[in-house]
Design a protein around this ligand. Sequence first.
Ligand code: AMP
Ligand code: MG
Length: 505
Amino acid sequence: MDAITQESLSETGWDAVAFDNSYARLPEAFHTRLDPTPVSNPRLVKVNTALAEAIGIDPEILTSTDSTGVLAGNLIPEKAEPLAMVYAGHQFGNWVPRLGDGRAILLGEVVGPDGIRRDIQLKGSGPTPYSRMGDGRAVLGPVMREYIVSEAMAGLGIRTSRALAMATTGEIVRREGPEPGAILTRVAASHIRVGTFQYFHGQRDEASIRTLAEHVIDRHYPAAREAEDPYLALLEAVALNTAELIGSWMLVGFIHGVMNTDNCTISGETIDYGPCAFIDTFHPETVFSSIDTGGRYAYDQQPSIGLWNVTRLAETLLVLLDVNQDAAIEKAKQALAGYWPRFEQVFHGGLCAKIGLPTAEKPDFELALDLLTRMANQQADFTLTFRRLSDAPAGDIAATAMVRMLFDDPTAYDEWDAKWRERFTGDDLAPTARRAAMRAVNPAFIPRNHQVQRAIDFATQAEDFGPMEELLSVVVSPFEDHPGQEHLALPPTSDQAVTQTFCGT
Ligand code: AMP
Ligand code: MG
């Protein structure tokens, strides 16, 4: 680190990165400009060169030694305009008028070869005016969790923020005990949240709500510009995207764990992987987060929480929808009316596809729900049941045996299996085609909690990132078999199971 100074940065390529910072150009009320706080002994422990390429940053810049300084917040690329964003939010339903980036700094935005504009943000980069009682830092465990799980979500085809790099700071951060400090470089379509709108709503700042809505339409929903009422079209689009996002979570057994309005993006991407986890043994009421004692963000609550969040967004937009409050409310209701149909389209259709019935008619969906009920009653593993089921359409005994053994009482599966086969005999899908279609939607690999924890333990206790690399190598292409890595597809044994997760903030 020592040889690299701000002056020599120009030789590295980071100064050539064409940051174009549309959020920084918004009025002062939207952010506070400040640099990350330098750290004493940064070390880059992971870079995502494939992502760099996709977003228009030369992978060689990312792997250059100087990158360590940039990605740890010690050096600022020339065209970056570091800032902390302000936002508000409902945390577990409680209104907080001002939150904001308390431990994150937006370096700036880049536009990729695909024409998509993306934020590059450092998370864990030191205190800001929004840190409240926090230290502005992040620790290695949660940073690794976010890196692994967000990249796994991308591999599953789910809209998400991404992880570009991970650095350790060489500093100790106090949490429950001393922990190694770390910084995640996060990439997202933007970090604008429902809570960003709520902040200005709370300030009764109609002009800023309008400015933000305009920015968001330009950036994320250009089609809304063509609509008769662009603001209404914006609300409608966010509602649909949120419904789709949560539908896609439900289909892989993902529990976000802290779907507060400040963690609910306007773009419809998953962000803030705090206490998130994937279900092993299926149960609809599963909660992992240690602080979610009421189960507000339980697996089966997520669809209605998504609507609750976009309803809070709707409240902030009323002033833009109509001068007449009642008329505005009526319009907003209309815009939100698309939420459940879209959720059902994604979730019902997706669940039918998971059992190999792409026609997705009502009896198909009921059959899929019946399977879920049996899985819940019989302690069956969510991911493995669907993956093994994918190999069973031809009806050979060995493949079927692999599924039924996942149920405490295998006869509960046998009854369902008979109904399932009855349903698809007669349709014209060949068993091999059904198998291929099912394998394409039922992942073999998810970042199972006990494996994520194991990767974190090796890294924090022994600076061994091998288990993380191994886990990442399978979760980024989760629909492939990865011979030799079958152990990473297995559910935890009872002594391996991790049943609680922590925000780690
Ligand atoms: P989260 O629960 O991670 O979504 O964070 C909620 C709020 O707390 C956001 O405003 C964060 O920026 C802030 N926050 C979380 N952890 C810290 C920390 N260690 N230091 C400062 N602010 C934090
Ligand atoms: Mg957050």
